[in-house]
Design a protein around this ligand. Structure first.
Ligand code: AMP
Length: 372
């Protein structure tokens, strides 16, 4: 096994060697051979990640079977709509058959959910799922994972079919991302304080992942999802989307980026319940918020900025002065208190958010450099 693997900008260390993988594959093959004795299941290999697991597994399957392939890709830009695109659809030969889906890894279960439902809608006789790796602690769905090679914690892994930005699939062994301490920042302030603008600059300098709850909601509205419809009914009135919905969405967005070196949370947390949920959630991942940067801008300047922004952004919640003032009211009555949550741990830094954009950026850089 290699001592270290570098893919793009990240280092990976040895995690699961060839013989452990091979034992896990044999275990799954043995269980399937027993459960499907006398039947003729269809093995459906989910590309691309499962090609090596599928190949090794099938060499140990000693019952009659057929083999098919499917390929899906989840759309991911700077924001995600949770949309799963079908690149290679379900083959007609699966109809009415006993199907075994072969996955490389199951984590939150988002992809499995989409695949599972597509197969059920397609009309199969039975469906089971076999995965080489299973991140039990982050799995959020109810679908049974019938065959599991190995359970692993929520760490980012590559090799044996799994990739980091398409590299690393060819390794015989599995490697995990080298531990680096994360830098997690809450970028705070009222609507129009300049959080989005400044977040872009922080992302560039500190290599963080920018997670804006407002952007995710808007992407969902655009994508016509159920979450989008629900969020729209609150956003249009300048109100907050309920905590339970927002927290679940935020967690699922964070889980999609196990490779991130840190996050800039923009527009989250907006209530103390959200702040507590974030702390608990990050603690489970062995990390925390290091800093809350709070941009301070007076109300009249905020209103001016938002009405001005509406001309380019097309955001209806920016265009109507009454909604804008309601959002600022909501910020003052429900959100501003969140600063105390971080102030009591000495993590709150107020930044003057008025003046030259670059000068404000320099103030933010200085506050971050003081804690790293
Ligand atoms: P923003 O783009 O951050 O100004 O967010 C636009 C709108 O999305 C807000 O006015 C809320 O209706 C909703 N929203 C964004 N983040 C949250 C959050 N953390 N909690 C509740 N609602 C949110």
């Amino acid at each position: 096994m290699k001592e270290k693997v570098k893919l793009w900008d990240k280092n990976f260390k040895p995690y699961i060697n060839e013989s452990e993988i091979s034992k896990a594959v044999s275990k799954v093959a043995h269980q399937i051979n027993m459960d499907y004795a006398g039947k003729c299941p269809v093995f459906v290999i989910v590309l691309k990640g499962s090609f090596l697991f599928g190949a090794d597994l099938l060499k140990e399957i000693d019952i009659d079977c057929t083999v098919e392939f499917v390929q899906f890709s989840s759309y991911e830009g700077t924001t995600s709509t949770n949309e799963v695109k079908t690149l290679m659809g379900i083959p007609a030969s699966c109809k009415g058959k006993e199907v075994i889906i072969i996955e490389d890894i199951v984590d939150t279960g988002q992809t499995i959910e989409k695949i599972y439902n597509q197969f059920i809608d397609f009309g199969v006789k039975s469906l089971s799922i076999a995965t080489l790796l299973f991140k039990k602690e982050v799995y959020q769905k109810k679908y049974p994972i019938n065959y599991i090679g190995l359970e692993i914690p929520n760490t980012f892994v590559i090799g044996f079919g799994l990739d980091y930005d398409e590299l690393g699939r060819n390794y015989k062994e599995i490697y995990s991302l080298e531990n680096q301490s994360m830098l997690n920042i809450v970028l705070f302030g009222p609507p129009g304080a300049g959080k989005g603008t400044q977040a872009t600059k922080l992302v560039e300098k500190y290599n963080l992942y920018h997670l804006s709850t407002g952007d995710v909601f808007r992407a969902n509205i655009k994508g016509g999802t159920e979450l989008g419809q629900l969020a729209k009914s609150y956003i249009d009135k300048g109100q907050l989307v309920p905590d339970a919905v927002t927290i679940a969405m935020l967690e699922s967005e964070v889980e999609k980026h196990p490779e991130a070196e840190g996050f800039i949370f923009d527009g989250f947390p907006r209530t103390n319940v959200q702040a507590e949920a974030l702390a608990t959630f990050l603690e489970k991942r062995g990390t925390d918020i290091q800093l809350m940067l709070a941009l301070a801008v007076d109300e009249e300047e905020l209103v001016k900025r938002l009405l001005n922004r509406a001309k380019d952004s097309g955001r209806s919640d920016d265009a109507d002065e009454n909604i804008v003032r309601d959002r600022i009211k909501v910020y003052n009555s429900q959100t501003a208190v969140v600063a105390d949550h971080y102030a009591k741990d000495n993590k709150h830094v107020a930044i003057d958010g008025v003046g030259d954009v670059d000068a404000i950026t320099e103030r933010l850089f200085a506050a971050i450099d003081a804690v790293i």
